[in-house]
Design a protein around this ligand. Structure first.
Ligand SMILES: [Zn+2]
Length: 383
């Protein structure tokens, strides 16, 4: 089921779960420190333990500061660069993360975890070439690692597919597509994006400065590349991905989906990390169109409500019907944010991006969290 047919744009977003990621980094670290033969002598002991501890408790800014200081003392320590790269990545500073991780690999050319992380950061920043090149090096050093091999295969498929595509260049948006039918769609998509760039940017006080890549797919290609749930009508993971087969039969729906995905890009520009799913999806669904009649319909016909605390960590696990309710509840939350915060939605998002909780960011902008949640519950019909 594709939920776009129900009157709104459901979508898929690749998420880097912070908790999962830090578990990965600690495992890597243990592995690196634990196996002497595969590493340089300098990596046998974990340098700057206070910085790793700060990373683990979620204080990436503190970690970044310690790593920076330590690097002044040991400017050729690959592990410190790895930590600095990880902290920068956590803070949403992709460029800094990439340059630190490249240094880590320069000083330890067998540093597989640094290669894996670099490739992930590059991929998330829509640099598939760097991601692929780096993951190939990792695969050569760790041929038995299935996760690496599988990721590499998937990226190779994506790269092979995209190499057939044409490009509609643009300063703010480059649109990749295949074939004459998609050419017409690419013109429409580019037009929509140009027109919402300022309106959405103004609303969220954030204007993506880098060229945003938009890739148009057949439904099958979209499924193959994203592995999104069948209900997804689009996706954002550093670039906008859209299944557009037959999209011009319903151009208004296409416009909504494009606008929806662009909102994700703008939010990510304001706050690369720390934004719960209900805020991402709630704002995207609220701002995609002024026709929100589907929300009342969905909430009326659905017998259940999803607890608000279950709306924070991605909707991919939901089936189509549950996802509908999740989007409806989120839209109500997103609308409420816009109403209560007014012009402060942008600064609110930036606070989330710099590591503050939703409650802290609400309070800072004069919205009492308890009253916010009570109002949200009342609007979706939960006592
Ligand atoms: Zn979405």
């Amino acid at each position: 089921m594709n939920l776009s047919g129900t009157g709104f744009a459901a979508c898929w977003r690749m998420q880097f779960g912070y908790a999962a990621a830090i578990a990965v980094v600690m495992t890597f670290t243990t592995a690196i420190v634990g196996t002497a033969e595969a590493t340089e002598p300098q990596e046998r002991e974990l340098p700057a333990p206070a910085a790793w501890a700060a990373l683990e408790r979620g204080d990436a800014a503190k970690a970044a500061a310690i790593f920076r200081e330590e690097l002044e003392r040991s400017p050729r320590n690959a592990m410190l660069y790895y930590g600095a790269g990880y902290a920068a990545f956590t803070l949403g500073r992709s460029d800094a993360a990439i340059s630190a991780l490249k240094r880590a690999i320069e000083y330890n050319p067998r540093f597989v975890p640094a290669m894996v992380l670099l490739s992930q950061v590059a991929y998330q920043g829509a640099d598939l070439d760097l991601a692929l090149r780096t993951m190939e090096k990792a695969a050569a050093l760790a041929p038995g690692d299935r996760a690496i091999t599988q990721q590499l295969e998937q990226w190779r498929r994506e790269s092979a597919l995209h190499s057939r595509f044409e490009e509609r260049p643009g300063a703010r948006f480059r649109v990749l597509f295949e074939g004459a039918a998609e050419k017409t769609i690419s013109d429409r998509v580019a037009g929509v994006l140009e027109s919402v760039y300022w309106s959405i940017g103004k609303r969220l006080n954030s204007y993506p400065g880098e060229t945003l890549t938009v890739i148009l797919y057949t439904n099958r290609q979209f499924q193959d590349i994203t592995r999104a749930p069948a209900w997804a009508g689009g996706g954002y993971d550093g670039r906008i991905r859209l299944p557009v087969e037959g999209a011009l039969r319903s151009p208004k729906t296409l416009d909504r989906v494009v606008t929806h995905e662009f909102v994700h890009a703008v939010i990510t520009n304001a706050a690369p990390r720390g934004v719960p799913t209900w805020i991402h999806e709630g704002l995207a669904s609220y701002l995609e169109s002024s026709d929100r009649s589907w929300v009342a319909r969905v909430l009326k016909s659905a017998g259940v409500r999803i607890p608000l605390e279950d709306l924070a960590d991605g909707f991919d696990r939901f089936d189509g019907e549950t996802a509908l309710v999740a989007y409806a509840e989120s839209l109500v939350g997103g609308q409420l944010l816009c109403e209560r915060l007014g012009a402060n939605v942008g600064p609110f998002l930036q606070m989330l991006g710099s590591g503050h909780t939703v409650d802290q960011a609400l309070s800072t902008h004069g919205v009492q969290p308890d009253s916010f949640y009570a109002q949200w519950r009342a609007r979706i019909g939960v006592k």
